[in-house]
Ligand binder design. Sequence first.
Ligand code: HEC
Ligand code: HEC
Length: 308
Amino acid sequence: MKNKEPLILAVVIFFSLVTYYLVEPYAHHVMHKHVDKENFEYKDIAAFAGNGNAKNGKELVMNNCTGCHSINTLDVAAPMDAVTSAATYGVNPPDLSNAGIVYDAKYLAAFIADPAKAANVSHKFSDTKPHPMPAYNWMEPAQIADMVAYLQSIAVSQEELTPAMAYQDACGRCHAVSYENWTQIGTKPVFKHEKDSLAFDIKVLEYQDSIKAYMGKLPPDLSMYIRSRSEQFLFTLVENPQNHLAGTAMPRVGVSAESAEKVIEHMRDAGDTKRAEREAVGKNVMFYIIIFAIFAILWKKQVWRDLH
Ligand code: HEC
Ligand code: HEC
């Protein structure tokens, strides 16, 4: 009897490869619009000379920005709590302690000069309904560069910036991550009394009402997005939300390439907590399958030897 097994194996391999390399990518292409990465270069924003004077910048930041923003590492508190801020501005202005490292420098300068334009959300605002953060384009570009230099001088180093910090600064005011107990007003503490826990939840709901009114809808909880969307999607969405969701209210937040990597890392930490174990187990499983296959082949030979 002629041995048909190699032929069967070849057919199975052929169709697996066709599915994997042709059918699946085609289906993916049809379902998801392809958006190329721009490597967080923000090419539409003019080059930024930098070279600011941090000492000058300190005075400008303290006089212009701390009326709305906190700088926690310097014990500069925001004038209002998160819920009241959101009732006033639609969203809580983020803490500026690490703005100098979280955001791309060129973007940060452009954002200070004109927030709605830099964030690609001009279509959401008008003269009668301006962006809640004033544009500082009445200042000299050199003064804006001074503020950027100051914000860079007070920020932690790239090594000290954790994925959670990057996430909280760049996304946390809009997106909860319930798997990490993160709400838009901070990490929910463990309360001894149910009453206090409910009081906290009510504050979150009040905050969410404000942000819903500001954005038109509640930004989704991001706990599971690392699983429901590809990483390519998440990177290119953060880079420029308009590329995926034309007309969306989600701003381009202007993170640097390093911070974007950290933001996504935080989303992996939240939605895919077992990935280190899984990868380790994967190797063992492969090893087991190879050993098992060898035994299976030997056993098959043994069984068939007398029958042929
Ligand atoms: C009147 C209040 C107000 C003042 C004054 C103000 N901001 Fe803001 N700022 C906001 C609000 C509100 C947001 C959040 C807007 C949003 O997410 O849609 C914001 C967002 C930001 C962000 C986040 C940018 C991003 O891409 O997500 C930075 C950085 C920032 N402000 C820096 C500054 C600096 C620097 C100054 C001073 C020159 C300043 N702000 C002055 C209200 C203010
Ligand atoms: C000022 C508020 C705001 C900030 C800051 C913000 N987002 Fe969003 N985000 C939104 C809103 C609003 C939506 C809903 C958009 C829509 O459906 O048009 C959204 C939607 C999303 C979605 C879902 C997209 C989809 O396909 O449904 C993801 C993922 C996301 N944001 C990730 C992020 C990440 C990561 C950051 C930080 C780098 C961030 N967002 C910062 C407001 C924000």
